[in-house]
Design a protein around this ligand. Structure first.
Ligand SMILES: [Fe+2]
Ligand SMILES: [Fe+2]
Length: 266
């Protein structure tokens, strides 16, 4: 059971006049709603990959996937309250055709344990995104929504991390292999999905927009997220699967802090 429901969000309390002019926030929320709504595409890949682990496969299919999809539908409902003119379905249809092609089983890590380390990076990324948006948001319903989604993402991270520890003990992956998996996924999450979503959202929202407008909106969405990014939290979550001795951790935190900012800005 999910810990909250879209039905509990008091959308009627929103005063649209306080947010509707924030077009960069619109693009951030709309693109997040698209990516979250496409979650079931890669869940199938993952459930198949962990088919020999009943517990994990069931959690992915029955808990994780419905929660990710609920993030998409809650964000969509928020957008519909504040920006009712936006044709979400049309934007999602074209976005999904693009997105589904890039979601194949080939992109999974070579071992189940390393893939779990990589999944921790993804949950770290979404937890950071929603925490950043929560810090940015002034509209109370949006703050509540961001807090709900963020706490789901942190819980997903913790669950996957626990399984990572089990698998990693068995697979005996060295730190170098785990670090490779973390870095590969970190490079991948850059902003490919978000860029793809913004492009399709803009094609519907502002069909007259040119490439310069698209580049400007993409840049400003990154800036909004980066300015409010909980970098220390992000880096701690990123490094946790390496289980580094404290001295090494202190040495690597600063360069990774820079790298995390850079990747979120790209
Ligand atoms: Fe999510
Ligand atoms: Fe998640």
């Amino acid at each position: 059971m999910a810990s909250w429901s879209v039905k509990d969000i008091p959308f009627a309390d929103i005063d649209p006049r306080t947010v509707e002019k924030d077009d960069i926030l619109f693009y951030v929320l709309a693109s997040a709603s698209m990516v979250e709504s496409g979650s079931d595409t890669y869940t199938r890949n993952l459930v198949a990959y962990y088919g020999d682990n009943d517990d994990l496969a069931r959690w992915l299919a029955l808990q994780w996937e419905p929660e990710e999809l609920q993030h998409g539908s809650a964000l969509r409902a928020y957008i519909e309250h504040v920006w009712p003119d936006f044709d979400w379905d049309t934007a999602y249809r074209t976005f999904f055709a693009d997105y589904a092609q890039r979601c194949t089983l080939d992109e999974l890590e070579p071992t189940q344990g390393l893939e779990l380390a990589a999944r921790c990076v993804v949950e770290m990324g979404t937890a950071s995104l929603y925490r950043s948006l929560q810090a940015y948001a002034s509209e109370p319903v949006l703050r509540t929504l961001m807090d709900n989604i963020r706490s789901d993402e942190v819980r997903h991270y913790k669950y996957l991390y626990r399984y990572f520890c089990d698998y990693n003990a068995r697979e005996r992956n060295g730190r170098r292999a785990v670090f490779g998996a973390l870095l590969r996924r970190l490079m991948e999450i850059r902003n490919d999905d978000a860029d793809c979503a913004i492009r399709h959202v803009m094609a519907v929202r502002e069909p007259q927009a040119d490439a310069a407008r698209l580049a400007d909106v993409s840049r400003r969405t990154r800036l909004l997220i980066r300015r409010n990014l909980p970098v220390d939290m992000s880096v701690k979550m990123l490094l946790k699967p390496l289980d580094l001795p404290p001295r090494m951790q202190a040495g690597i935190e600063y360069p990774l802090n820079r790298l995390t900012r850079y990747l979120f800005l790209r």
